[in-house]
Write a protein that binds this ligand. Structure first.
Ligand SMILES: NC(=O)c1ccc[n+]([C@@H]2O[C@H](COP(=O)([O-])OP(=O)(O)OC[C@H]3O[C@@H](n4cnc5c(N)ncnc54)[C@H](O)[C@@H]3O)[C@@H](O)[C@H]2O)c1
Length: 226
């Protein structure tokens, strides 16, 4: 299928599932993984009509932990001890930000060379496609493990910070779009959106990623976007 065909077909399925969720679980907090993620979570949000804290797109845990893994391979520190940041789109226009990632207060960039920086960014962006190529179908253990962490934080009100695709309404200077950013997950769902202080160059890259999300959303038939 072309991306446009996929977006249209999956939007139809997501919209029909939204009807069932509204009927049978009107107070639920909903996390979706279906791709194209940032467009499908938008469709789900519009069709559910739930407040934005109860509609969440999964992908950021995967993208950011993949970056932590690739960095860990180069610097010899466990991925669990790296706090990674990937922003924007879940897809080839995602924006990995090693300079906003830390090992116990020390920026990741102080552990790596410029070549390693580029390698980490490239591998992180290509990770999904690489896994799909190697396995012949999409990754599923990684998303399942990441979803379990997010659900645990919501159910037990742990208020852990994860990257997730959430509805931005002015945060990061953008509106009416779902994108990956760090958020606090607790019993109300998304309890806080953490806004990073991006410099001018970082902001440009973030906005380029947002543009890619909007471009993809424009391929979804209009009836699923309101
Ligand atoms: N967000 C992420 O980080 C991430 C990561 C991996 C995969 N994904 C996405 O997750 C989705 C699922 O991937 P997968 O590998 O598990 O695919 P899969 O093909 O193994 O599973 C899809 C499931 O959806 C079911 N299904 C199809 N039409 C349906 C309908 N109308 N109603 C209810 N169920 C229906 C199928 O029976 C099947 O069980 C894909 O869109 C994939 O791209 C997202």
């Amino acid at each position: 299928m072309t991306r446009e065909e996929l977006a249209g077909k999956n939007a139809e399925i997501v919209a029909s599932i939204a009807e069932q969720i509204k009927k049978y679980a009107p107070n639920s907090i909903v996390i979706i993984t279906t791709n194209p993620l940032d467009a499908m979570v938008y469709v789900l949000y519009k069709k559910l009509g739930f407040p934005r804290n109860r509609v969440i797109g999964f992908s950021g845990v995967l993208d950011s932990q993949r970056m932590a893994y690739y960095a860990s391979q180069l610097i010899g520190i466990a991925p669990e001890s790296i706090i990674p940041v990937v922003l924007g789109q879940h897809g080839e226009n995602m924006y990995p930000v090693p300079e906003a990632s830390f090992v116990y207060g020390k920026p990741l960039t102080e552990f790596i060379t410029k070549e390693q920086y580029d390698e980490i960014v490239k591998k992180t962006v290509q990770a999904g496609a690489e896994i799909t190529n190697l396995r012949g179908f999409s990754s599923n253990w990684g998303p399942a493990a990441g979803l379990a962490l997010m659900v645990d934080s919501i159910k037990k009100d742990r208020k852990r910070v994860f990257e997730a695709s959430v509805y931005l309404d002015g945060e990061y200077g953008v509106r009416d779009v779902f994108a990956e950013v760090p958020v606090v997950l607790g019993k109300s769902g998304v309890e806080k959106i953490i806004e990073l202080n991006l410099n001018e160059e970082q902001r440009k890259k973030f906005l380029a990623s947002i543009e890619a999300i909007k471009k993809n959303l424009a391929t979804v038939p209009a009836q699923f976007l309101s």
